[in-house]
Design a binder for this molecule. Structure first.
Ligand code: NAD
Ligand code: UFG
Length: 346
């Protein structure tokens, strides 16, 4: 079993992945500055994994990835870090348009500082949270890893820049084992409803917005366009259950540690598309609550349809999604209904 450093491990995808990694027997050091998360998520991960509060299997270092001394603290907290999963970063498209320098600083400079400290510490195994956002407005669907990288917003450019940095690094020096994991639309929650997505303020994304309407925190969803070239006219996306995504990280890290050094680039998606109205209907069914909505103008920068071709991940990692949209909504509702105010309510 390995010891892993998880940057951003208290966040939405990080917390679910920590649980899956602990259950698989790995020991973890989480480095997070809690700028977009709460230590409560990790407390709950400990409970779900049946760990004592002081268990050395999950250590937490509060720190910033842009600070090399914080990163060194993360490395020193362990007995010897074998690999890193790098979730820490900023992810809101609109905010990235308003504050591009902050996005380049945290996402790009932060990743660069992490990679320098990994070099110093002689740790060369890394899984990086990339995003389908770097495909921009895809020319065809399903999207394969060979399709052009053509971001259309600063957030997407920062992900593309880090992907390039990783490619340059792995060609400059032998021994790097790197996975660039391009997530599609991560949603849902752990089936216990104890951990889940806890956005700050008004959610930008469909799924948390729909759950907050169902629980009564928001009045109605605005559906951005019903004139898209899709079966019901609303946008189609590849929604992936966050537990499937977490299992994808376990598969990727195991693959990297077992196989020869390599640079791997894989889509993590289900290969299935669902429209906005399908998500609304599935959520109403799972929650037995109405989700009021209003049809409004298209949102600038949106694509009609984005769906992954996940066959490479299946072939290389033996991974594929197992959970349906109905399960996504069931688990998302379990989290939202038990934690209507997210972690702030605890
Ligand atoms: P999240 O905001 O819930 O988690 C990110 C975590 O990183 C948070 O705990 C935050 O406190 C921490 N963090 C932010 N800046 C930091 C810094 N400077 N130093 C240390 N910690 C810092 O987001 P998430 O949804 O879990 O996303 C995780 C990663 O996956 C991000 O890199 C994101 O860009 C990427 N991603 C997310 C999605 C999505 O839709 N959720 C899709 C594709 C890719
Ligand atoms: N939508 C609405 N109303 C809302 C929010 C969204 O109708 O209030 C629609 C969108 O127009 C789109 C679909 O719901 O058709 C999904 O939108 P999201 O904002 O949930 O997701 P996106 O696919 O636009 O983008 C998200 C992240 C990106 C990331 C991408 C793939 O915001 O950063 O998933 O991972 F790159």
């Amino acid at each position: 079993m390995a010891q892993l450093l998880i940057t951003g491990g208290a966040g939405f995808i990080g917390s679910h992945t920590c649980l899956v990694l602990l259950e698989a027997g790995h020991d973890l050091v989480v480095l997070d500055d809690f700028s977009n998360s709460s230590p409560e998520s990790l407390k709950r991960v400990r409970q779900l994994a049946n760990l004592e509060g002081s268990s050395p299997r999950l250590q937490v270092v509060e720190g910033d990835i842009r600070s090399k001394s914080d990163l060194r603290k993360g490395f020193r907290a362990g007995k010897g870090i074998d690999a890193v999963i790098h979730f820490a970063g900023l992810k809101a498209v609109g905010e990235s348009v308003r504050e591009p320098l902050r996005y380049w600083d945290v996402n790009v400079a932060g990743s660069q500082s992490l990679l320098s400290v990994m070099q110093e510490e002689n740790c060369r195994t890394l899984a990086f949270s990339s995003s389908a956002t770097l495909y921009g407005l895809p020319e065809r669907v399903p999207v394969t890893e060979a399709d052009p990288v053509q971001p259309i917003n600063p957030y997407g450019f920062t992900k593309a820049a880090v992907e390039q940095m990783l490619e340059d690094l792995s060609s400059s020096e032998q021994g790097w084992r790197i996975a660039r994991l391009r997530y599609f639309n991560p949603v849902g929650a752990h089936p216990s409803g104890q951990i889940g997505e806890d956005p700050n303020g008004i959610p930008n994304n469909l799924f948390p917005f729909v759950s907050q309407v169902a629980v009564g925190r928001r009045q109605e969803l605005k559906v951005f366009g019903n004139d898209w070239p899709t079966p019901d006219g609303t946008g189609v996306r590849d929604y992936i259950h966050v537990m499937d995504l977490a299992e994808g990280h376990l598969a990727a890290i195991q693959h990297l540690m077992e196989q020869r050094p390599q640079l791997l680039t894989v889509n993590l998606g289900s290969g299935q598309g669902h429209s906005v109205l399908e998500v609304v209907q599935a959520f109403e069914k799972a929650s037995s609550r109405p989700v009021a909505y209003q049809l409004v103008e298209r949102r600038p920068g949106d694509a009609a349809t984005t769906v992954a071709d996940p066959s490479l991940a299946n072939r290389l990692l033996g991974w594929q999604t197992k959970r349906s949209l109905a399960e996504i909504c069931r688990d998302g509702w379990s989290w939202q209904s038990q934690n209507p105010e997210g972690y702030r309510g605890s």
